[in-house]
Ligand binder design. Sequence first.
Ligand SMILES: Nc1ncnc2c1ncn2[C@@H]1O[C@H](COP(=O)(O)OP(=O)(O)OP(=O)(O)O)[C@@H](O)[C@H]1O
Ligand SMILES: [Mg+2]
Length: 437
Amino acid sequence: MFYTFKLLVWSLLLASSIAIGMYLGINGLNNYKEIWLYVFALFIDMGIVAWFVLYWRYISMPYALNLYGKFIHNTFLGLRDKRTVFLDFFVGKQRYSPGSILLSVFYKSIGFRRFDLYYFNPIAITKEPYEKNAEQIIHFLGLHGYSISIKPKLRKIVKLSFYKLPESYYYFDILGFLKRGDSVFLGIGKDGFAWRKLESLDHHLVVGESGAGKSNFMHVLLLSLLHSNNMDKINNIYLVDLKGGIELKHYENIDKMYFVYDIKKLDEFLDFILFEMNKILKELRDKNIRKAKKYTFIFFDEIGAISSYPDKKLRESIFRKLALIAMQGRAAGILLFAFAQKIDTTILPSIIVNNLQTRVLFKTSSDHNINLVDLKENLRKMFTMEVQDFPKGRCIYKDGVTSDKILLQVSYVSDAVLLSLVKYYEKIYPKSARESA
Ligand SMILES: Nc1ncnc2c1ncn2[C@@H]1O[C@H](COP(=O)(O)OP(=O)(O)OP(=O)(O)O)[C@@H](O)[C@H]1O
Ligand SMILES: [Mg+2]
């Protein structure tokens, strides 16, 4: 409080001196009695007071949380050691603008919020104290429910982005916003809608407790693969569900989509995939191409179910084949999307886990799951929210190629939306006469 006042007084003095100096510099020194000079200075001072009133919290934050001074030691005439503190200055607030009014209105309506603050230090700035104090910052500014993302800019500036992801459901495919060619839609993150390019995709491992939103996320991915012109680049999409659920059966009548529901069939199916994979890899080698241009997707709901089968030979055979696909599939354009409530070495061999590099973490209290993405402590600092408190559809998405971690809110696919979209795609991509897998 005291420091902020001191800063205000200094700013007023400095600004009026500059204003008066400039005025006299332009109009001549003997104009010092003119009333306009003082009106001008007053005007500037009023502006500064208004700035302080408006942004008091942001200006006082570095003082209140001690973020942090850089000290300069200067010896005054060789007599006294004097320390000058350079705290980080607040320089501005920027509203987030998604670039279109329609999008702005949409984001607002579903409760997505975002704004940025900039701080400057004349000597140098580090982002660590902000990261360390992220929770206190949120608390101090009264931004309950927000997360921070901290990025240094130009050596002396740090940018704090505050964002709050939607809390109410937002429906998949709303107004067709979520269609974009050559990409899959993931959800809403700090920069708004998040997509990933088809060609940059790698294997996915999605974990979270029952009811966290994994299957819903799978529908979002599947529906975005059906979107736009994505299907032109897709060989087949296989849906494996050993829980015997009916969840994925909806898609059965769409071309290129096949369903595997039985563990014996799974073993044969993997032979077929390995055969295809080796064929593609050989072709790539012969033509000296590094990566396949067409994709095959294998969606695996509850991959943990394999380990619960009593037939050890069958289990090991499946794991061996899955390991080969995990290791070599990506180059051949064969991508595994595995979903599970919990992952540890008793459920899935580490050779498979280690090769599923994109990790998606939904609500969970299992440290095994959390460690797949990062350590609990780091995640709390990064997103100022505990993974065990995530609402439905909230996840941390770790991109396996860039290693970037983002917080996402996945859109909701209600039964009605799912059924109507599936009906629509059945018409566009009717099942051809080929044998089902
Ligand atoms: N993104 C979301 N937004 C809002 N609600 C959601 C979202 N995702 C899921 N839900 C709600 O949570 C319920 C359970 O979600 P889902 O079936 O996806 O969980 P799950 O993680 O697959 O659980 P399980 O491991 O038991 O299969 C859904 O029926 C839906 O009502
Ligand atoms: Mg599920």
